[in-house]
Design a protein around this ligand. Structure first.
Ligand code: NAD
Ligand code: UDP
Ligand code: UDP
Length: 317
């Protein structure tokens, strides 16, 4: 029998899409959870079901400013993740990643907390290596419109490893690949939410470019499980570690699948491909499989079904 230890866990970005699922899971595992969020892309509705739990606390705070609290563990998720949102105020995006990392690392240093960074497959940029392994160093356009996010996250990784080497912090770096599920914002701009909302509303489905670009979509519950396993792993496992679903499909295939599953009469229309849009993306998850025994369990069909159900009820209400 394993005895679970009750820890004080801080989740920055806890009112966002992934963060709110993570908070719920941590509470379920018996921990005290402090959600820190400035509600930039997060919503109080995402954490509303948690508010009557006495072990849950929500704090409105911008991670670019210092924060003094006492915690045992930190999941640093604060950062807009959709290209539409992170490019809306790109300077703030870089500040959130870089100043946010410095502040949570300073906090972790003072409290001796273990700290996990939500990094991203975007550190690989438009990759020349496929599928992407952790030792691939990436191909990012440092001056392009995605750089505020990509370079901010890359610098955050650098800070994590320097605090680890210089100050002995216990760090974990997860490189998260495209994740989807309930509680994505309907106007989020990301492809899964866009396609489902368009299909349910009977609107045209917007394919950027020729739709032959690929992504690999991970259901949020699988991703949260990977984050928790990484956080719980032995101290010498720092990452960076890819977390994502290696099932790769084209954007056109995704659109066709969403149309079929919703029974929609929507048409496909073409829109220009955004600048620097990666052509292919698929994680090599061998490292996570070997060290965490982790592999996504939810097939795309099943996860899409849950996401469609969520947006259907959101649009009905
Ligand atoms: P999200 O936009 O739903 O959540 C981000 C949260 O951070 C929001 O609640 C937002 O209000 C909060 N936030 C933003 N700036 C902040 C600031 N300065 N101070 C405090 N809070 C702030 O996005 P998500 O999809 O839940 O992503 C969560 C994390 O995972 C992000 O760090 C993102 O970069 C990373 N990630 C996500 C994906 C994905 O596919 N969803 C892929 C790779 C990496
Ligand atoms: N910090 C914080 N909370 C803490 C401890 C530090 O927000 O509990 C901030 C602090 O304000 C500083 C940053 O984290 O800006 C980095 O802290 P560190 O101790 O590494 O650096 P220093 O304070 O020496 O600049
Ligand atoms: N995309 C699309 N139509 C949309 C939204 C996105 O064709 O309405 C494409 C986008 O160009 C990209 C892929 O879908 O090639 C994934 O986009 P998303 O913004 O979800 O994530 P990211 O580009 O960060 O992987």
């Amino acid at each position: 029998m394993t005895i679970k230890t009750q820890l004080r866990v801080m989740v920055t970005g806890g009112a966002g899409f992934i963060g709110s699922h993570l908070c719920a899971r941590l509470l379920n595992d018996g921990h005290d959870v402090l959600c820190v969020d400035n509600y930039y892309t997060g919503r109080r509705a995402n954490i509303a079901p948690l508010l009557n739990n006495p072990r849950f606390e929500a704090m409105r705070h911008d991670v670019t400013f210092p924060l003094f609290v006492e915690v045992d563990r930190i999941f640093n998720l604060a950062c807009p993740a959709s290209p539409v949102h992170y490019q809306f105020d790109p300077v703030q995006t870089t500040k959130t990643s870089v100043h946010g990392a410095i502040n949570v690392l300073g906090l972790a240093k003072r409290t001796h907390a273990r700290v996990l960074q939500a990094s991203t497959s975007e550190v690989y940029g438009d990759p020349e290596v496929h599928p992407q392994r952790e030792d691939y160093r990436g191909s990012v356009n440092t001056i392009g419109p995605r750089a505020c996010y990509d370079e901010g996250k890359r610098c955050a990784e650098t800070l994590f490893f320097d605090y680890h080497r210089q100050h002995g912090l216990e760090i974990k770096v997860a490189r998260i690949f495209n994740t989807y599920g309930p509680r994505m914002l309907p106007n989020d701009g990301r492809v899964v939410s866009n396609f489902i909302v368009q299909a349910l509303a009977g609107e045209d489905i917007t394919i950027y470019g020729d739709g032959q670009q690929t992504r690999s979509f991970c259901f949020v519950d699988d991703l949260v499980d990977g984050l928790i396993r990484l956080m719980d792993s032995p101290a010498d496992i720092t990452g960076p570690m890819n977390l994502g679903n290696p099932h790769e499909i084209t954007i056109l295939e995704l659109a066709e699948r969403v149309i079929a599953m919703t029974g929609s009469s929507s048409r496909l229309i073409r829109k220009p491909l955004p600048a620097d849009d990666p052509v292919r993306r698929c994680p090599d998850i061998g490292f996570a499989e070997r060290t965490l025994g982790w592999r996504p369990q939810v097939p795309l069909e099943q996860g899409l079904d849950k996401a469609i159900g969520y947006f259907r009820s959101l649009m009905a209400g």
